[in-house]
Design a protein around this ligand. Structure first.
Ligand code: GDP
Length: 464
């Protein structure tokens, strides 16, 4: 449900917790009058509040003083939301923030929904949907590459390209539709070859953009990796080794919070996301309880599967049968990249050098316990992905919504070309072009529906 934009909304814009400063935002038609009721500047000023000026004073609910703070008033349309807006910079205490919000609500505001400030900004034409989405991506970007992609989207490269494509198609379709009006006179305003050429150009461009999604997805969400194998081969030892090594490095950085990137590590700038297949990290017993099948189900989420083997099982027929089992039990196994990981090489007198010749898979020999060759294994995983975070193209798709739109655009334009080649009537051709234009418009938000907006903005934090 799209919230009511007539109401005045408020929310904390900083994460709850103790700190030097916290920020509360207020936006909507009553923002100014509420400000005048809850804030008294220390220096009496007749022209209070001038827009974009910082005032120092007391925030109060009636006679009850809540904080001494600074505030700024932004006059519509020159604010983030495009509405009248106020920001309060209060002492960074969750209690004070709550009291401020309660006061604002008491004076007629209501608590904002997630992403509602940005939704309002979008509705007031401050930016298009691509930029709105990029703001969220920017907030959640955890490393160089995802930050760069979000910044580029925010700066409008993608939006501009979409608008150009859309305009091209609109111009041609409009001419085509003029023809419909003159259909009895059999005039062709649009050279069919030009129309086909334009459609093909847009198809090609859409395909190129679709091709970037794999990279975009990898950079945004990490390369999903699953470790599978029989109980006791050393899966949890390896996983703990990989994640803990990284944690030691990352936690050296001041102020780094580890919680939400618990399972991510970065190798040559690329994020690897380890899927905890049925809780292998927690205990050996968990595997036995949940059963090996559960592990296989989880492994379906991976792009890279590490099949771990112990020395006793390092035989061709044993490995082949395990791979066969994976093929049968892991949905989509054939599209995944498989690496055989022979663990516990410290227990072997010599490496099974014949192995590689027997089985045509990437193989790495490691000792998880002794931390041997783990770096080689990680490098092998990222070598499947020819991505250099420092050399990314200007536009990269990271969003499944955009992917679906481009898939539909290609479908409609191929159909349009097909119809032209069959010499079909203009209106059938123009109908397909219109559908493609519609899809392009949905990407930028020139055309929207509630479901799209809901799904985009519900992912935002409250206060953004
Ligand atoms: P999982 O059931 O596959 O998760 O296996 P674990 O990681 O729990 O390991 C099972 C046993 O193998 C433990 O006793 C580990 O210490 C041992 N182990 C794991 N990796 C190695 C290794 O590289 N060398 C040796 N010698 N033992 C290992």
């Amino acid at each position: 449900m799209i919230p009511n934009l007539d109401e005045t909304i408020c929310a904390g814009a900083t994460p709850s917790g103790f700190g030097a400063i916290g920020i509360v935002r207020l936006s909507g038609k009553d923002a100014l009058s509420i400000l005048q009721q809850v804030f008294v500047p220390f220096k009496k000023q007749t022209d209070f509040p001038k827009p974009r000026r910082i005032y120092f004073g007391t925030f109060q609910n009636g006679d009850h003083w809540i904080d001494e703070l600074q505030t700024v008033y932004y006059k519509a349309p020159h604010s983030y939301t495009g509405e009248d807006m106020v920001e309060f910079f209060h002492h960074g205490s969750p209690f004070i923030q709550r009291k401020i919000l309660e006061t604002l609500i008491h004076h007629g505001a209501r608590l904002a929904e997630p992403g509602e400030f940005t939704l309002r900004a979008f509705f007031h034409g401050k930016f298009d949907l691509i930029k709105a989405e990029s703001i969220n991506d920017l907030i959640f970007a955890e490393h160089e590459a995802s930050h760069k992609i979000a910044m580029q989207q925010m700066r409008g490269y993608f939006s501009n390209r979409i608008s150009q494509l859309r305009q091209k198609l609109i111009d041609l379709t409009a001419l085509l539709e003029v023809e419909i009006d003159f259909s009895e006179e059999d005039i062709e305003f649009v050279d069919r070859q030009i129309l086909i050429k334009t459609a093909k150009e847009i198809i090609k461009e859409s395909q190129l953009l679709l091709d970037t999604f794999k990279t975009g997805n990898v950079l945004k969400n990490g390369i999903p990796v699953a470790i599978v194998g029989k109980p006791n081969v050393g899966k949890s030892t390896l996983l703990n080794r990989i994640l803990n090594e990284d944690r030691a490095i990352v936690s050296d950085l001041p102020g780094t919070t580890r919680d939400y990137i618990e399972d991510m590590i970065y190798v040559q700038g690329l994020p690897l996301r380890f899927i905890d297949t049925a809780g292998i990290r927690h205990s050996e017993d968990a595997i036995e309880v949940v059963g090996i099948n559960k592990t296989y189900e989880k492994a379906a989420e991976a792009e890279v599967i590490l099949l771990m083997i112990e020395p006793v099982d390092a035989r061709e027929e044993e490995i082949s049968s395990q791979i066969e089992e994976l093929k049968n039990k892991v949905p989509g196994f054939s599209e995944k990249k498989l690496i055989l990981v022979l663990n516990k090489i410290d227990l072997m007198d010599e490496l099974p050098s014949h192995w590689k010749k027997i089985l045509d898979f990437e193989t790495v020999f490691i000792s998880a316990k002794r931390n041997e060759n783990i770096d080689i294994l990680l490098e092998k995983i990222v070598s499947f992905y020819q991505i250099q975070p420092s050399h990314l193209p200007d536009i990269i798709l990271t969003n499944t919504r955009h992917v679906q739109a481009f898939q539909n655009i290609i479908k409609h334009l191929k159909e349009a070309i097909h119809l032209i080649e069959l010499n079909s009537s203009q209106d059938l051709v123009s109908q397909q072009c219109r559908l493609a234009i519609h899809e392009l418009g949905q990407i930028t938000g020139e055309i929207t529906n509630e479901d799209i907006l809901d799904s985009i903005f519900s992912r935002f934090c409250i206060g953004k």
